[in-house]
Ligand binder design. Sequence first.
Ligand code: GAR
Length: 224
Amino acid sequence: MKRARLALLISGRGSNMAAILAAAGPDYPAEPVLVLSNRADAAGLGSAAARGVPTAVVESRAFKADRAGFEAAMEAELAKHGVEIIALAGFMRVLTADFVRRWEGRLINVHPSLLPAFPGLDTHARALAAGVRLHGCTVHLVTAGVDEGPIIAQAAVPVLPNDTEASLAARVLAEEHKLYPAALSWLAAGRVRLEAGRAVITAAEYAPDSLLNPLPRAALLSTQ
Ligand code: GAR
């Protein structure tokens, strides 16, 4: 099996990155070849290095408003490592439309809400403030709009009466760690295709067991 050369882009803790690295054994369709951070103090850099994955830092601060320059420096790192597919894993910089276009169909993100609800920041606090009963996470292809783009997979969790932002975040994060490696593997294996702007998964073998509605897998995943 040819494995897609994968870069993970992080800005901080890197727990989603770690979940993907843990899943990416020899049979996983993506091979992590680079962990790239826009911050030198990202904790995830240490855990990537401890797993023997090459790391690089392109400090976004050094580029100030020069987003094209920042992205050109990132592209140089990506090219150096022969990267074919990018997973954003808590990468907290908005990418330009040019960058997104260059990586169209090969750029994926995890977001801590059931998109299109709660794009942007502070999703758990906003979910609590809105009084929603269900919250969760979304893995999606990245398009030029922030936290938009075709949805590949979602997992839902209940919002409980005594939840705090921290307790809700922890419940969602546990789902991110299962959902993201699975959804990324479908993309890397060429199982994600677009139909009328929506992502359709071919022959998915995985359905998140935490989804609250026990619908048939085909219904959950638009499997065909
Ligand atoms: C995750 O919850 C991820 O969904 C979120 O940042 C956190 C990073 O945690 N991403 C976004 O909000 C992107 N819009 P991690 O560094 O431990 O993976």
